[in-house]
Design a protein around this ligand. Sequence first.
Ligand code: AMP
Ligand code: GLY
Length: 420
Amino acid sequence: MNVLIIGSGGREHALCTSCKKSENINKIFCAPGNAGTDLIAKNIYIDINDFQEITNFVNKNEIEIVIVGPEKPLVDGIVDYLEKNNIKTFGPSKLASKLEGSKIFTKELCDKYNIPTAKFGIFKNSNDANNFVEKCDLPIVVKADGLASGKGVYICNKRDEAEIAIKEIFNGKFGLTNEILIEEFLDGEEMSFFIISDGETYFPFGTAQDHKRVFEGDKGKNTGGMGAYSPSRLENDELNNKIIKKIINPTLKALKDLNTSFKGFLYAGLMIIKNEPFLIEYNVRMGDPECQTILPKLKTDFVKLISACVNKNLNSINLEWHNDKSLCVVLCSKGYPESYENNIEIQNLNKVKLKKNEYIFHAGTKKEKDKILSNGGRVLNFVIRSNNFKNNRETAINLINEINWENGFFRGDIGYKVID
Ligand code: AMP
Ligand code: GLY
């Protein structure tokens, strides 16, 4: 069968790679893709925000399934649009995507269904928000409601920082808004928990811990993710059961009560405090770089799995995994997550010989003639699977050193909590 993958990051290169390994695959298209997807799929340059253009392309190229990588088209309703045109699409509906698209929607849902989360308040103007901050303990967390690429969250250690955050959000830094979310700070350890669902049946789809801060020791600004490892060190049966019972099941029930369901990957960003889970946020897609970290562990045929989801027969699938450990180190452009230069050649990439269970996924890259150029803040992902996290990290770093890209930098301490 032919599939179309929407997106251009490391996550989408990993999705293409998993499709490529499938027994049932014929052609893979990726829109718009990167220099890595170009090696195994046909990159197509259509506007991924133009759902009619995507529909036309799908029909012309006999594409059976569309897999949506990033959140924006999901939140904008791509799945509803394509499905109205009888195109099978892996991803949640526009309504279900509000779990990521509106933090306030999710908080209200948590409140109604008793899902453990940080205590919160929702405010319609800065006066009320500032008055509330006056009475709260510090630190305090101020959040913009909508999608903000991870930037709309302020952890404030002082009240005047919260005041600035409130002002910036109401001034439209993350788009027009008439509401703001203020939360209690949860002090614990983060863990990402994934499920895959066809709308009725679901399976857990691995756990991971990502490293969001730009510098070693979890210092500096937040990024999209500098690396990750799977499984999370926090994972245990008792905790898994609590996550499912207290967080996942009530959320799926809430969606059902809204006359929708969840098809696709659901990513729960959790804070674990004394083996108790609290929901920090939902994402309605795989994480990046968690996807690159987890997918190489999957044994089950990926296209069969996705096909079962869009055909609502996930219960016929026996989900199987490699029970080892996977770790990803992200190579970034110098300057990221602030300003950085693009279009810098990455030499030596073709010379690297990968062994079994070693992967290089492209993220911000593009091909120009026969050269590979940087094209984003997060450029390449080095993923290694073995029985040993330390060995994975060393191998990933050796590969990065082999490439020796002078415009790159990375965190050498990914997985320090399970290694050092
Ligand atoms: P979010 O975009 O909501 O995931 O927030 C980004 C990051 O901010 C999270 O990954 C956490 O590290 C941190 N964060 C968000 N909310 C809280 C909270 N209530 N308490 C502690 N940390 C938080
Ligand atoms: N790695 C965090 C995210 O994908 O949102």
